[in-house]
Write a protein that binds this ligand. Structure first.
Ligand code: HEC
Length: 178
């Protein structure tokens, strides 16, 4: 083998090793960061028993940092005197967190998506929830959800949708605000 050829191979090898090392450094850090933020920003105590902690925290990250579920499914979204839209410090309305009751027009009200007495968020199984988020069809009666931005949510991965479901399973049951 010529020296030049050897140098070239060594160069490629060093390059591959470097890329692999960088990739292994970057990927777990990213997933870990979402877990960490998700754990910190969950506004209510979580029931983690029998659940994948990582999946719950990633669901929290998606629900509380990216999807605006609280804006439509909590009434009102913020505790009195703590509404960032009024220039106030932020405090989420934990007493009614994700329990629905927000009006959109004269007839449409956001439903309660906290766990029911069987622990199912909005009374939905995981498969029903994923189907609803993917198709916008409510499995209770088949109507197409209005207002709810499911055409955006349906582009999430199965794992992301599953993590949202897992998070909703972990939050406490609540009743809608007045
Ligand atoms: C822009 C407001 C808005 C946002 C954001 C939003 N929703 Fe909704 N959602 C609604 C409304 C309104 C309905 C009822 C729509 C209808 O029945 O036509 C609904 C319905 C649902 C239902 C159906 C429940 C049932 O009993 O049929 C689920 C589940 C749900 N939303 C979950 C979520 C989750 C999880 C998020 C965040 C990832 C979210 N929503 C974000 C407004 C919203």
């Amino acid at each position: 083998m010529s020296i030049r050829m050897f140098n070239f191979r060594a160069f490629v090898l060093v390059g591959l090793v470097t890329v692999t090392m960088l990739a292994s450094l970057v990927q777990p850090a990213t997933a870990g960061e979402k877990d960490k933020i998700g754990r910190i920003i969950a506004p209510v105590p979580l029931n983690l028993k029998g659940k994948s902690h990582s999946l719950v925290f990633q669901g929290s990250y998606l629900v509380n940092a990216a999807s605006g579920c609280n804006d439509c499914h909590t009434n009102p979204s913020y505790a009195p005197g703590y509404d960032p839209f009024q220039g106030e410090e932020e405090l989420i309305n934990t007493a009614h967190y994700l329990a629905g009751g927000r009006h959109f027009g004269p007839t449409l009200v956001s439903p309660n998506i906290t766990p029911d007495s069987e622990g199912k968020p909005a009374g939905l199984t995981r498969a029903e929830f994923i189907q609803l988020m993917r198709t916008g069809h409510d499995p209770h009666d088949g109507h197409i959800l209005q207002v709810m931005p499911w055409p955006i949510f349906r582009k999430l991965t199965d794992r992301d949708l599953s993590s949202i479901y897992e998070y909703l399973r972990a939050i406490p049951h609540a009743e809608p605000g007045p």
